[in-house]
Write a protein that binds this ligand. Structure first.
Ligand code: ATP
Ligand code: ZN
Length: 296
């Protein structure tokens, strides 16, 4: 693959569960990505950045080798890789809030599972042999780990293994195969990884700019702008209820002495419950608005 050393490279999954979210996040961060879904790379028009579309399994290698300065990949894939190559040179910079799943051990529905001890001497099929082995070793359990690259949930039916250890989000695939999750080996979501190799000053600056933008997008996904009115006596209690807000802006309301408008950015989810609490504390005319962009 030809790599232009003057440009920053971000490895994202070519197709699969993370592909659309990864591109979407970069677009939300303001990167104008040229089209071409089947290409191996895509240029970004407004920054010296190229996207590299690869299999998720290759992303840790690309980032560790410095072929790509950044990558977006499931923590599960990254940790499995890191267990094999502890010297690999990358750092996790941020969880990305998509691709949430868990690596779980599942047993046949009819099996009376009473704890991890029952796995001793059993065969467990998985695509994540090192993560599973670590889980078993930590508990002193001696079981046979059978590596499969796909269709792990079919292993029991095929007589390859009695148990499986696979990624689960809703659990529907396991259920459809007569399996029930019994242990969680790890929780996972997509993360942004950065190479530990040194970057030249221009790339360093660009990478910091990119990080700030991505952090801005992640922050706005949860954040809301809240406006409300309240009497002076309620201001302390209201400020304490506002979730994840920094010092709110408090403005006197014209014509109603002792009453104020409170404006605040809340960096955590605002639930109906929060609104009810605000109201009970004396707030009225409460408005919650989405934030389109934010740079702190
Ligand atoms: P590739 O062709 O890139 O190798 P893949 O088949 O290995 O793709 P996908 O099935 O697209 O990978 O999953 C990519 C990542 O999505 C997983 O490694 C995991 O981090 C995340 N993910 C989220 N939910 C699930 C799920 N229910 N099953 C599998 N992966 C999930
Ligand atoms: Zn893969």
């Amino acid at each position: 693959m030809f790599v232009d050393s003057q440009r920053l490279h971000i490895a994202v999954q070519k197709s699969g569960r993370l592909a659309d979210y990864s591109r979407g996040l970069l677009r939300d961060a303001g990167l104008k990505i040229q089209n071409g879904k089947n290409a191996l790379t895509a240029r970004v028009d407004n920054f010296p950045i190229d996207l590299m579309f690869v299999r998720d399994d290759d992303i840790p290698t690309f980032v560790a080798d410095g072929v790509c300065e950044f990558g977006m990949v499931g923590l599960n894939v990254l940790e499995e890789f890191a267990l094999d190559q502890p010297e690999a040179r990358f750092d996790v910079v941020a969880p990305l809030g998509f691709g949430r799943c868990a690596l779980r051990i599942a047993a046949p529905e009819a099996f009376a599972y009473s704890g991890p001890e029952v796995l001793a001497g059993e065969r467990i099929a998985t695509s994540y042999p090192r993560l599973l082995k670590r889980f078993l070793d930590d508990r002193g359990i001696d079981a046979t780990v059978v590596k499969m690259t796909g269709a792990v949930e079919l292993a029991p039916r095929l007589g390859i293994a009695r148990f499986v250890c696979d990624l689960v989000s809703t659990g529907a695939t396991l259920e459809a195969n007569g399996l029930v999750p019994v242990e969680t080996v790890m929780e996972s979501e997509a993360v942004l990884v950065r190479t530990r190799r040194a970057l030249n000053p221009e790339k360093q600056e660009l990478s910091e700019n990119l990080l700030r933008r991505i952090e801005g997008v992640l922050a706005t996904q949860e954040s809301k702008y809240i406006m409300l009115n309240a009497p002076e006596a309620a201001l302390g209690q209201i400020s304490a209820i506002l979730p994840g807000a920094e010092a709110p802006t408090i403005i006197p309301l014209a014509g109603t002495p002792g009453h104020f408008a409170v404006h605040a950015v809340c960096k955590e989810s605002v639930f109906w419950e929060t609104l009810q609490k605000l109201k009970a504390a004396g707030a009225s005319a409460i408005l919650v608005m989405p934030i389109e962009k934010m740079m702190m």
